[in-house]
Design a protein around this ligand. Structure first.
Ligand code: NAD
Length: 500
């Protein structure tokens, strides 16, 4: 029997009332296993109304109440890691160990939210003028929404809601319709942890649900993570509707390898970062820029390692790489490899047409490695989001840096070198939001913020870390004077107040 995934509104399951459902497929078998309810405008309105009602008390709740619930949620999440990872693998396809890693990185943000007491401490200046004190405090916004992508169905929602609710907001999540089960399980665990009903809601669906959240007058802020064209649309539309918005987009992450680098370590890093999660990561390395004469040796080391990767279903513990999310996406990825030679690239490994015995209908593609890729090639210019690594060649550091900085994307980047001075230059000169030095996927820890530059992020706040707390609160400054009976009597003064 096909499983049904419903909405979660006001602390309980809400069956889809619109009558519209979308299919959820197990990418390893190609089988539709689940149907997910798609929300109508009325169903989104019901979720926002539940969140608005809940905000009346949650927004006034004490920090101690909020953090005790978050600590209980953290314990439940920890206890259910395996189960959530299995849900992710069944709908996304990534291997179980990778899915466990995703849960662990989401848990880091719950850790941060458990310590919200420190982040919301506020500031106080006493005696700024005679008997006058000034306090800066931060308060929640109200109902906030999160719209998230398929590739991290548990972690990316957790980049958002733990901090949002810790700050006193209530939340409506619209997860990806391709792998919706993890979000609902998180909602159930939050309820089990004691979160009052309506504080966290999940509505599934497509553009209808998203557009309603973007225009709803009671939604005060929107966090989005997904592809660049949709991120741009979300930013423009939500901003035009007067909302605070952060919209994280796609990426083409470059890894520079200087001639003095440890080439074995660089090749290990390039292979792990390019092909992990079948390249369906916004922080995947999809372009290596080999500087100087090391190019041939580096490509050979990458090839040796890449062709050993074991591809298979994510729930087989021997698999290192799973299938792609849909057959359509797999075919699109394959088209970049098929066109690469005509665009001037050398195809070192061609992963198209890959099959896995016993899983003939899975969305499989093998490993592709393209060398000497010109910057004009579509395989270089587009975010492929699959297991395809482009290697570009540059004569000098400056030429390599120009390649990276000419990219419209600026999410993550990395440099591999033994030269501290070159690494330092790169940190300062590269146009990207997250930089790794001998670290290929520099995803910041929870207490630093995550975010790209250029077409990889629209808005001025990165996600989580201090930026997250800032995004989910607004500032208020209170100036207080308690006069002393001994003070001179007050009088009318039409001059602009001056401190003395
Ligand atoms: P997507 O943009 O297709 O979808 C993201 C969300 O937007 C989903 O919830 C989807 O239902 C919704 N959506 C899709 N089309 C829409 C439309 N026309 N109008 C309104 N809403 C719409 O992204 P995806 O394919 O799910 O995820 C992969 C993309 O996400 C990649 O580009 C990847 O780089 C990016 N991503 C970025 C980051 C980051 O931190 N920058 C992290 C993860 C993923």
């Amino acid at each position: 029997m096909t499983k049904i995934v419903n909405h979660w509104i006001g602390g309980k399951t809400a069956e889809g009332a619109s009558g519209t459902y979308g299919p959820v497929t197990n990418p390893a078998t190609g089988e539709v296993t689940t149907k997910v309810a798609f929300a109508s405008v009325e169903e989104v309105d019901a979720a926002v109304a539940a969140a608005k009602e809940a905000f009346r008390t949650w927004g006034q709740s004490s920090l101690a109440q909020r953090t005790s619930i978050l600590f209980r949620f953290r314990a439940l999440l920890d206890a259910h890691r395996d189960e959530i990872a299995a849900l992710i693998t069944a709908e996304h396809g990534k291997v179980h160990s990778d899915a466990l890693g995703e849960v662990a990185r989401g848990l880091e943000i719950v850790d941060l939210a458990c310590g919200i007491t420190v982040q919301l401490k506020g500031e106080l200046s006493t005696q700024v003028a005679s008997r006058v004190d000034v306090a800066s405090i931060r308060q929640p916004l109200g109902v906030v929404a999160g719209i998230t992508p398929f590739n991290f169905p548990a972690m990316v929602p957790m980049w958002m809601f733990p901090l949002a609710i810790a700050c006193g907001n209530t939340f409506v999540l619209k997860p990806s319709e391709k792998d919706p089960s993890a979000a609902v399980r998180l909602a159930e665990l939050l309820a089990e942890a004691g979160l009052p009903e309506g504080v966290f809601n999940v509505v599934h669906g497509d553009k209808v649900a998203v557009d309603r959240l973007l225009e709803h007058p009671d939604v005060k802020a929107v966090s989005f993570v997904g592809s660049t064209p949709i991120a741009r649309y979300i930013h423009t539309t939500a901003s035009a509707n007067g909302k605070r918005v952060q919209a994280l987009g796609g990426a083409k992450n470059h890894m520079l390898v200087l001639p003095d680098a440890d080439l074995d370590a660089a090749a290990d890093a390039a292979v792990s970062a390019a092909y992990g999660s079948a390249g369906e990561r916004c922080m995947a390395i999809s372009a290596v820029v080999a500087v100087g004469a090391i190019g041939d040796e580096l490509v050979e080391k990458i090839r040796e390692r890449a062709e050993k990767i074991k591809i298979g279903p994510g729930d087989d513990p021997t698999s290192e790489m799973g299938p792609l999310i849909t057959a359509t996406h797999r075919d699109k990825v394959a088209s970049y490899v098929a066109g690469a030679a005509d665009e001037g690239a050398e195809v070192v490994l061609d992963g198209t047409g890959h099959t896995v015995d016993g899983f003939e209908n899975g969305h499989w593609i093998g490993i592709s490695l393209l060398d000497k890729v010109p910057t004009t090639a579509k395989a270089y210019q587009d975010e492929i989001f699959g297991p395809v690594l482009c290697v570009l060649r540059a004569e000098t550091y400056e030429e390599a840096l120009d390649i990276v900085n000419a990219s419209p994307f600026g999410n993550g980047t990395a440099i591999f070198t033994r030269d501290g001075g070159a690494a330092r230059r790169f940190q300062l000169e590269v146009e990207a939001g997250m930089v790794g030095v001998n670290v290929p996927i520099p995803v910041p820890v929870g207490y630093h913020s995550f975010g790209g530059w250029k077409d990889s992020l629209f808005g001025d706040h990165h996600i989580y870390g201090n930026d997250g707390t800032h995004f989910y609160t607004r500032g208020k400054v209170v100036t207080t004077r308690w006069p002393d009976p001994a003070d001179a009597p007050s009088g009318v003064d039409l001059g602009f107040p001056r401190n003395h």
